[in-house]
Design a protein around this ligand. Structure first.
Ligand code: IVH
Length: 672
């Protein structure tokens, strides 16, 4: 063990504080003030100090979030305060009854309520002593649960050490819900699909499965989040639940930002209806709201019956699950020829829309759930709107139910389907399959790729049918066929002008998005960025051999094989030649690392710019070597302020930060 210089423990402590604060800003406030590179640098510095001086390693260090050694079983632990569940209802009358009951019991005092979102995840109890996380436990049966501390430590929104405000709160227990954001869930499932692994049914299911994993390293790789909704502080009691929520926030927890105080039950009903209509606008799933009596003294007076408190109630939203029958199973062809089986359903009304189709993912999914034509199934519509069949109601299976066998041929072009070894999907191998042509063009024009506004599904379909487009390079020849486009039935001059201008604009998209847009099988946005970092031009990438590709990041034999195969096709090489001559970017702007004119400068963009979206402006600044952050702080050099800049401009002025208007920004952007 190395004998430290006396400044070492201080330095370690400073790094820990800084890193925890950046975690908080990034994960809880969603307002990072340093770049990812800077964060990684601080983390590396801390890891190296802790390796040199292991005597200073503590369980609350941010380095401990990576996940420790696997465990065989989770110890059972007892909850000092039982974890109750909530009475729940779907009906307005029962919510009014709840209010009446509360008022009757409280006699003269009238209640104030707090309405909170009901997170659709898995509940978790955290124990802190002296501000340091000691234990994370599942609810279990409410009296005893599993000690899953090692897994919990990997959740970035669970503070390993409470923020300074914890002083005076020696020991406390915090309860809340672990959830997964829908986008993160979809990414995880996309990766699993690519890897041919079993898919998770929904974010809650995935969260529950993840928390039960025995290997904390896998847990660490899944971006779970924790939202706190209850605080127990022996000895020190605040007056109200609402104040508790505020305190939880200052301790470093994410809480429901939409929590609302209501003094009447009408207010509660309004909040309930509002969120039922707006639930899909949240990045995560909720299944209702929870109404709670705000005063903690009144909560005590009301107490609990059986396993639920009398002072709270879950007001659930109409279910978005329904039973219906599968009339048929058909095959759909995706952009890279992936064949997806889809259930044709007896139309059923779920959460505001009529659902008549639902995804069945792949052959293995159908087999695992033993789904048959004629079966009655449960269909769920999650927040992302694509309905899924999640189970079979086995008791309702008719004798005539028919097993589904995958057809040997593509439903769009008749080519023979192939299923590669170790992959869950069948593919149509025919490059000229009309469904694939449409899919590839839609993908190229989509938001994450070339983002060509106005080139959506319907227009692509039409342009393919009318033989304007056979591949993505044809998009850039459309300008020479302007008058033919204007002559198309119901297409005005203005729509054509807009479309052509959006097509021109797409030529400025960076190389990594172009790579993603090509739609190479197994090359998602993440892999495309990796490739763009390693191969600064498409020529280098096209010449890379499979073994060489496998030295890049996590790229394994399957992805490498797919890239090599893509570039070995003459038609793809020809496509790239045409795209190059149309002016598409096939080289990385290395200035980010090599020293562009804005190197070392840190920016924040605020307000709206008339000629760029913020994302585009960010790309311009980054391509010139600048770093773009989302919050104004003293670490920022320049604020780019468009129209209606709001509080960021005020803050920048206070901090004497240089401010650029749009003209100044454009003059710099033009130097590119
Ligand atoms: S309060 C004493 N608030 O819903 C009851 N629960 O049975 C304390 N849930 O398992 C629960 N969001 O995990 C409360 N904002 C919220 C919640 C919430 C989700 C979960 C909780 C519990 C279930 C209700």
């Amino acid at each position: 063990m190395k004998n430290p210089d006396p400044s070492v423990p201080k330095k370690i402590e400073k790094l820990r504080r800084e890193l925890s604060d950046h975690d908080y800003r990034y994960y809880v406030l969603a307002e990072p003030v340093i770049s990812d590179e800077e964060y990684d640098r601080l983390m590396r510095e801390l890891v190296s100090l802790e390796n040199q001086y292991p005597q200073y390693r503590t369980p609350d260090s941010p380095t401990q979030r990576v996940g420790g050694e696997p465990t065989k079983t989770f110890p059972t632990v007892e909850h000092a305060i039982p974890m109750l569940s909530l009475g729940n209802t779907y009906s307005e009358e029962e919510i009014v009854d709840f209010d009446r009951r509360v008022r009757d019991l409280l006699k003269s005092a009238s209640p104030e309520y707090v309405c909170e979102l009901k997170f659709d995840g898995v509940s978790l109890a955290l124990r802190y002593s002296d501000g340091i996380l000691q234990r994370g436990a599942t609810r279990g049966d409410g009296v005893t649960g599993d000690d899953i501390t090692q897994n919990v430590k990997t959740i970035r929104t669970v503070p390993l050490r409470l923020k300074d405000a914890a002083r005076g709160l020696k020991n406390c227990e915090i309860r809340g819900e672990v959830i997964l954001f829908r986008d993160d869930f979809n990414k995880l499932n996309d990766d699993r699909e690519l890897a041919g692994e079993k898919l998770f049914i929904n974010p809650r299911n995935c969260t529950a499965g993840t928390l039960k994993l025995q290997d904390p390293k896998i847990v660490a790789s899944r971006p779970l989040r924790f939202f706190a909704y209850a605080l127990y502080t022996p000895g020190k009691q605040l007056a109200s639940h609402y104040e508790n929520l505020r305190l939880l926030r200052s301790l470093g927890f994410a809480v429901d930002q939409h929590a609302k105080k209501c003094s009447t039950i009408e207010g509660v009903l309004k909040h309930w209806r509002q969120w039922e209509a707006a639930r899909d606008s949240l990045p995560f799933d909720i299944d209702g709201i929870v109404v709670k009596v705000d005063s903690l003294a009144q909560q005590d007076a009301l107490g609990a019956i059986a396993k639920s408190p009398r002072w709270a109630m879950a007001c659930k939203f109409a279910s978005r699950k329904a039973e219906t029958r599968i009339d048929d199973i058909i095959l759909q062809v995706g952009r890279i020829g992936t064949i997806t089986p889809v259930a044709v359903l007896q139309p059923v009304f779920i959460g505001g829309t009529t659902v008549s189709r639902a995804s069945l993912y792949n052959e293995d999914y159908i087999r695992e759930l033993d789904i048959r034509i004629g079966d009655t199934v449960v269909v769920e519509r999650g927040g992302d709107v694509i309905p899924k069949v999640t189970s079979v109601v086995s008791g309702k299976r008719p004798a005539s139910a028919k097993k589904f066998t995958f057809s040997a041929r593509c439903p769009a072009c008749g080519s023979r389907l192939v299923r590669l070894q170790d992959e869950a999907n069948y593919y149509c191998d025919n490059e000229s399959c009309p469904e694939q042509i449409r899919g590839r063009i839609e993908h190229w024009a989509s938001r994450g790729a070339m983002d060509i506004g106005g080139l959506g599904e319907m227009i692509v379909d039409r342009l393919v049918r009318e033989d304007f487009l056979r591949n993505v390079a044809d998009i850039y020849d459309l300008k020479s066929r302007r008058s033919e486009l204007v002559d198309l039935e119901r297409w005005g001059d203005k729509s054509v002008t807009n479309l052509l201008s959006n097509i021109e604009k797409s030529k400025t998209r960076p190389y990594h998005r172009v790579l993603y847009g090509l739609g190479i099988r197994h090359v998602g946005a993440g892999v495309a960025s990796l490739l763009a970092e390693h191969y600064s031009s498409i020529d280098d990438l096209m010449d890379a051999a499979g073994e060489e590709l496998q030295t890049v990041g996590d790229i394994g034999p399957r992805i490498a094989g797919s890239i090599v195969h893509f570039f070995s096709e003459r038609s793809n090489r020809e496509l790239i030649r045409r795209l190059k001559s149309a002016g598409i970017r096939f080289t990385a702007e290395r200035v980010k690392h090599a020293g562009g004119p804005l190197r070392g400068k840190t920016f924040v963009i605020t307000g709206s710019l008339s000629s760029f979206t913020r994302e585009e402006a960010k790309e311009v600044l980054e391509s010139l070597g600048g770093k773009v952050l989302s919050a104004v702080s003293k670490n920022v050099d320049i604020l780019v302020a468009g129209k209606d800049p709001g509080s960021k401009l005020e803050k920048a002025r206070k901090l004497n930060i240089e401010v650029w208007d749009e003209d100044k920004f454009l003059s710099v952007a033009k130097k590119k």
